[in-house]
Design a binder for this molecule. Sequence first.
Ligand code: ADP
Length: 473
Amino acid sequence: MSKIMMVASEVAPFIKTGGLADVMGSLPAALVRAGESVTVVMPRYRGVDAPDFYRLREDLPVWLNGFRHRVDIDACDREGVRYLFVDAPWFYNRDGVYTSGGKDWGDNHIRYAILCLAALAIAREIDAPEIFHVHDWQTALLPVYQKSWFGGDPRLIGAKTMLTIHNLGYQGRFGPSAMGELGLDQGLFHSGVMEYHGDVNLLKGGLLESDWLTTVSPRYAQEIQTAEYGFGLEGLLRERSHSLTGILNGVDYRDWDPATDRFLPANYSPEDLSGKQACKRDLIEYFGLPPEAMDRPLIGIVSRFAEQKGFDLIEQIAGALADEPMSLVVLGSGNAHWENMFRHLTSWRPDKFANWIGFSNEMAHKIEAGSDIFLMPSRYEPCGLNQIYSLKYGTPPVVRATGGLDDTIDGETGFKFWEYHPDALLKGVRYAIQKWFDRDGWQERMRRGMAKDYSWDRSAGEYQRLYAQLLGR
Ligand code: ADP
């Protein structure tokens, strides 16, 4: 058994903006089932609360730049995992997790430094782990502080650090004054460590200082070592390739299984697919698509509207799509340009396009179930969860063959296109639409996807092996 402390900026079901929260909501419990001891540390944002929370520690000493911050630690225990919430209202009791009104909080570097320092204080004052497992730029400072401030602390001697990259596109870049604000030695501000094009790059510091690196799919682990996907850090990642492993994310079938999904108007399984028709009808009625939409494939999208997700390709083929025998329903939010694009498409052709601009877990489940085809034309995709959910929901995905999309989808279960180009996307979608009209062949494809198993236990086993290897066991 290894003793792991995971530190992350979002953890489902407490708070979620994307796939990181899903991973953090499932991996710890899967590790516990496999015999590990796991504590999860996250911020206590506004609204993070539950009846089983209790106060574990008042006024934990967390120091930054000679100032002692007021930090309390709340806790709850679920499925053998201990969740610790860093309660520092000044930093976390706000109306947005990372942003407010579309703009990043100006002190995000300090907010997440406090999270890292609180985790290290918990380790020193309450219970020390053998491995700190941190995630993305928000917690990449932990290995940096551990090495530079606490290297000699007897309570942390021998503790190892692992950093998982969920998305290299977000690196936590701040102006040069951040070094001082984070209490870091100016000696670290050079291109060999945390400096990056004149900025402080928190992820870069973590990539250098962590004992081991992982990404969320094997393909992405290879891709980030190339200029196309490396965001300027490919050289550093190539240097660290001997301690970089790609482990595919799992999914939690307790939440994402059409046979038991409590959000659906009807449940279904590979043995009896009739409920899926009811889900499609419900969706079509809800969105006011015409009844004829039942007789053509319904394409679903659930996504953050970020540049990474391929919406520029969709924009370029939308006109051509309108002429195809299909309807498209999209759930998402983010970049205002794409939000407006989908609103315009709906007002232009309400018989073909429907949208829900916003975030709704319930609607995400309904779209996975009620659609016939799922669309993910990402420019890059570290793992991607929705295409894995869509397999389980009998909704074959059309994906661009990149990262985890390439690792999880094949020609038997979905449709892949390679070139990041609107023509390639349109060809892929047209092919899928055409295949949908072959009803028997389509049901075979659905069943092959539904039979795939991407549950967490296998992925947890791979993390477990890495932990043991890091600890020399
Ligand atoms: P990313 O982490 O890049 O956003 P993933 O596919 O790994 O992409 O994970 C996205 C997760 O967030 C999925 O669980 C998906 O269902 C959910 N999601 C994304 N956008 C929305 C939305 N607008 N409403 C509800 N859930 C969403």
